[in-house]
Write a protein that binds this ligand. Sequence first.
Ligand code: RIB
Length: 324
Amino acid sequence: MTLAVNAASSTSSIPAPRIVVLGSLNMDLVARVPHVPEAGETLTGHSMATIPGGKGANQAVSCARQGAQVQMLGCVGDDAYGSALRQALQQDGIDTGTLRTVTAEATGVALILVEDNGQNRIVLNPGANGRFEVDEAALRQQLNGAAFMVAQFEVPLPQVAKAIRVAHAAGCKVLLNPSPVQAIDQPLWPLIDTLVVNEIEAKDLSGHTVNTPQEALVAGQALRAKGVARVVITLGAHGAVAVAQGGASYHPALKVRAVDTTAAGDTFLGALATALGEGQSLDEAVRLGIRAAALCVQQPGAQPSIPRRDAVLRSPMPPDWTVL
Ligand code: RIB
């Protein structure tokens, strides 16, 4: 049986949640191309741009633009890209006092090819992101009063694992986006409050192929069985599926013309984290994420394409969600 549900979200009187984002900062070197070149082919691109990105930094920017009070933990190199990335976060009011500048290491760089259909392909050189280390005592203090600690896998996995253990012990909820995907040790699963994955990550971690909402439900249930409380599986242009103890729901996406999907997942995650931090339900939070991501894909680049809350609230409502 399916049941249609439609909820409005309004947040005017809700205090800004505090969110600590731990993760990567990259300078994105973006070439727009008619298609991906074959081996040995030299291709003339349409354009080339240098744009602030990195999954951690993008998610921090998305949280801040949705109204959260954000602190970013990560590493940049002692170079021009590092300064530019730090400044970009500061322009969004993000606390960068906990960003470390690593000497004798280059800032992370992502080489991104964006095809005419908006799809991207990314090659990452982690640089200073690979030097990220968690200071347990400092992290405990930073997490004090935070609604969520958000993390991804573009910084070393053992450090993310350490941070998850610290956050859980400190009573701070963990929202994990295991991207680029790597196996998660079994003892970590129950320490994660909300896992956000795309179809590929869901398949890798659950063993179940994900092409449809029903398949996402099966994968989400398998991931919940590992111990995580809530799972959100994003399905690109098809929307997202949310699986929690109370049940599961399918949220269709808005139909829009994508010019660049870079940072769409990060935008979704930041809106989701902020709405959850405000105390909204998982379904309302997913809905906000879908609206934010729909705006993101209509603009080129990572951080410049991440919308602010007022723009998201002015944007069209997605179709009703259905209970799975
Ligand atoms: O999620 C998009 C991001 O992935 C890009 O900004 C790029 O830096 C890579 O990390």
